[in-house]
Design a binder for this molecule. Sequence first.
Ligand code: BT5
Length: 301
Amino acid sequence: MFEDPTRLLQALCDGPVPRGEVNRDAQATLEAAEVDLREEGTQLHLVDMPSYGWASIVASLEAPLDIEYFDALESTNAVARERALAGQRDLAVVAGEQTAGRGRHERQWASPVGGIWCSVVLDPDLPPSRRPLLTLAAAVAVTRVAHARGVEAVIKWPNDVLVPDPDGARKLAGILTETGTDDGGEDFLVLGIGLNAALEPAELPAGATSLQDEAGTSIERSAILTDLLEEVWRLMDSPAEILPAWREHTTTLGREVRVQTGDEAVVGRAVDITDTGGLVIETATDRVTVAAGDCEHLRPV
Ligand code: BT5
């Protein structure tokens, strides 16, 4: 008996399912997610489903994450935070578009239909000092997904994903991490990932680019998102893999940078990353480690 809508959907993707094995509530959940089903004799058939939404995501996702999908939200991070405070974990909140997407320091994040806007609620299974690594993991995951589509993305510390360009670099994705403690005293981590997927440059702010534009082909958001979530999940499980992968993909190390942290700016050569994700900078007079900040590469990526 298929009582779990996700399992029912996955079975229907492989072929018709005997109606006698279908729980009515599970069927109703699929119909509410606009999955088009047809009852024929003793069989239930899958006819169609929206190309991007809860159904298309859970149909192929191979990571143990629950999915909540909304056509439009102010910010997936805000909803993810509410869920986290209520004790939920291992959940991805996904929106077709965001009406008030946020960057760091309350900057605006343009989030029209066509992008991947998603926030993953996780149990930060590392000591607090090492949790910044989990943010780096999200940048690694995005970069790997871009590479798999032939887009040579790179990471700028801490977690901007850019596509190099002789005139500078264009921003493909950004990550906004939030942490907190729920009502039961358990810590949580919200990894907010914004990836410009199936978007035209004209739909994005100046200096931004999209997977579709860089790859020169049309982009299927569901497949990208499921690859991304699976990659995030894998890296969470193997934190030792995160820093080596981040080093491999970053263009910040070895470069002259200016890092703004609050009112202070540190200018020098970025020489290393610590095992807690801090950037080590050699200035004219000193060696300084910055834990967080806005980093500018003083010469193009
Ligand atoms: C970031 O901030 O790069 C983090 C962005 C995180 C967005 C995700 S989407 C899902 C989740 N829900 C949310 O509400 N947020 C997260 P920051 O480093 O502060 O960069 C922000 C700057 O990037 C802006 O000031 C613009 O210059 C630029 N920008 C805005 N929208 C962009 C876009 N779609 N693509 C590239 N650049 C953009």
